[in-house]
Design a protein around this ligand. Structure first.
Ligand SMILES: Nc1ncnc2c1ncn2[C@@H]1O[C@H](COP(=O)(O)OP(=O)(O)OP(=O)(O)O)[C@@H](O)[C@H]1O
Length: 221
């Protein structure tokens, strides 16, 4: 469902262009889960942002279900993100002025795909039912990240992209959040592309890729 073909990306710096991705090929099938690992600064977030259409490559092709992202202008890419992708980042990016329940349904509402029964199930599975009327500032870090995961899944995306989703949490909250994320991804049948530093986090996923010197290789977690 997601394909990257010979993707190159560099950033301008005062010392000249910094080449981050060099001919990256990646294929993710529907329903498959993939961990993306590599040293800090090797380009994992860059790759995820390109795959989500949040940034554009210098060259190469990125396709979602055979449709080229580069053929779309930003409004088209934004619509595709809203309707097909769920995004979870290390920072939770919740809307502080919206309650837990309203944060959860935000993306589904924007995608025109709100499902109250699924929202209730998500709140329950995430252990947030009794907190539905609270505002995010009154949630713990783990609860905030669970809510961010729920928001990403509420619109029933085909692909969930997560960038170090447990990176801001202590070890026991991280384990709990990860377990929930994987269970919900499995139940909803969506594909998962997850950036992580942790072999432990990567271990339960179907495949693991390592990004080294701008190139991708398949590896054991
Ligand atoms: N907008 C930018 N302008 C210039 N350089 C950038 C920009 N964004 C990222 N970089 C550089 O590109 C390289 C890759 O960054 P990226 O954030 O993709 O790495 P990462 O593997 O996700 O790192 P980490 O694991 O530490 O989050 C780094 O050297 C970073 O400093």
């Amino acid at each position: 469902m997601l394909e990257l073909v010979q993707v190159n990306k560099s950033y301008p710096t005062p010392q000249g262009p910094l080449s981050v991705l060099q001919g990256v090929d990646l294929h993710l099938a529907a329903g498959e889960s993939l961990a993306l690992m590599g040293e800090s600064g090797c380009g994992k977030s860059t790759l995820l942002h390109l795959a989500a259409g949040l940034d554009t490559p210098d060259s190469g092709e990125i396709r979602l279900d055979g449709r080229s992202l580069s053929a779309l202008e930003e409004p088209g890419r934004a619509r595709l993100r809203r309707e097909r992708l769920g995004l979870v980042f290390q920072q939770f990016h919740l809307v502080p002025s919206l309650s837990v329940a309203d944060n959860l349904r935000l993306q589904a509402r924007l995608a025109g795909r709100e499902d109250p029964a699924w929202n209730r199930t998500l709140l329950e599975r995430l252990g947030l039912t009794t907190m539905a009327d609270r505002y995010p500032e009154r949630l713990s870090g783990g609860q905030q990240q669970r809510l961010a995961i729920g928001r990403a899944l509420a619109a029933r995306p085909d692909l969930l992209m997560a960038d170090e989703p447990t990176g801001n949490l202590d070890e026991s909250s991280a384990d709990e959040v990860l377990e929930l994320l994987l269970a919900l991804v499995k139940d909803s049948g969506c594909a998962l592309l997850m950036v992580t530093h942790s072999p432990r986090v990567a271990a339960p996923l179907d495949r693991c890729l390592r990004l080294t010197h701008g190139r991708i290789e398949e590896t054991a977690p």
